[in-house]
Design a protein around this ligand. Sequence first.
Ligand SMILES: C[S@@+](CC[C@H](N)C(=O)[O-])C[C@H]1O[C@@H](n2cnc3c(N)ncnc32)[C@H](O)[C@@H]1O
Length: 234
Amino acid sequence: MRGEHGPNGEADEADARSENEATELRARLIDSIARREHPWGRASWEPRVLDAMRRVPRHKFVERASVAAAYTDEPYPIGLGQTISQPTVVALMTNALMLTGSERVLELGTGSGYHAAVLAELVRELYTIELVEPLGLAAMARLAALNVTNVHLRIGDGYAGWPEEAPFDRILLTAAPPELPSALAEQLVEGGLLVAPVGADQQLLVRYTKHGQALAAERLGAVRFVPMVSRPPC
Ligand SMILES: C[S@@+](CC[C@H](N)C(=O)[O-])C[C@H]1O[C@@H](n2cnc3c(N)ncnc32)[C@H](O)[C@@H]1O
């Protein structure tokens, strides 16, 4: 006899305990980010961004991590030499996109799919490209399991962007190219924003605004991302 909860009762209770713990740890993590001074001059935390991060279960994107590890403010390995970004960095980059909710957005570097899930809460449609097929397929499965319906995922090289779906209101890179790929500016609307870590040894997070054929660059701060490459690791 396993008791009144039936054969799966204990497992269900353990799952519920772990979900409650995850919700509590997530709230604590986002509260701690919100209390911190925004590092970039006069910018302040956008409440919509932090609310979206309160809703998205980061632990579902790092199955190999404990729930406690999923809610530390650190990057975490997701396999094949790649990482899920640090929550503070996800908040800063999403903030920098200045989203209002109506945008069509392109993300390059889906990784675990976590940042895509946060963006999906904040935009109309998200298009995301991942170079490494097993990572892209796993991200797709996670987003489907969470019933995220406004994310369109493609496996391929983000250097070319997604011309069939262009133009985009915003473009976000979550891997660092040595310099900005030329195809991307053409896929941005007039007045659109592109946020990217750029550089090889030393990287800077830069926000570009499109004015006619030119991009005005605003340096946001030093960052450390995996490189944007053209071929997946063997
Ligand atoms: C820091 S991880 C992204 C983290 C991700 N946004 C998340 O929430 O987990 C960078 C990702 O960019 C991918 N990547 C690198 N070069 C790429 C390229 N040319 N096109 C598309 N994705 C690329 C890597 O495979 C990796 O998954």
